[in-house]
Design a protein around this ligand. Sequence first.
Ligand SMILES: Nc1nc2c([nH]c(=O)n2[C@H]2C[C@H](O)[C@@H](COP(=O)(O)OP(=O)(O)OP(=O)(O)O)O2)c(=O)[nH]1
Length: 140
Amino acid sequence: MSSENITPLAVSCALIVQNQQVLAVKRSVGMDLAGYWEFPGGKVETGENPEQCLIREIKEELDLIVELISDLTPSVFDYPGKRIQLIPFLVRIKSGEILLKEHEGAVWLGENELFEVNWAPADIPIVRELKLRWSEFFTN
Ligand SMILES: Nc1nc2c([nH]c(=O)n2[C@H]2C[C@H](O)[C@@H](COP(=O)(O)OP(=O)(O)OP(=O)(O)O)O2)c(=O)[nH]1
């Protein structure tokens, strides 16, 4: 089968913003893409939409309740053997304290620190869009 025919795996992810910063989390040993930084989230399951997936994953991974502020442009990326469609949402924390249940690290990044971590390749276009639209997101 040619790569054009691979059905993308939909993955929702959260750009959690607070105090002019966004949260990045580090994938743990044992996960695929271990050691890369990403936005928390996960695969959209049967019967849920990307927004519902996001709320569920952020509760599961970080023990946070978040609310959606806006969406960004999905990023399609081909990893060996799989195509990911990463669906990003800008969110804010509604309640809870961050508890890392699956990741091995977390860091808050300001506008000029966005590229200081080693992002999973699929995240790069999203980080670029965040940087371009930074003032729009942080002045509202
Ligand atoms: N969650 C998340 N996954 C990402 C990002 N960037 C990126 O390439 N991925 C990839 C890594 C994985 O191959 C896939 C999502 O897998 P996952 O392991 O987070 O999803 P999940 O929690 O539903 O998975 P599972 O362990 O239950 O199978 O997407 C990102 O920013 N966030």
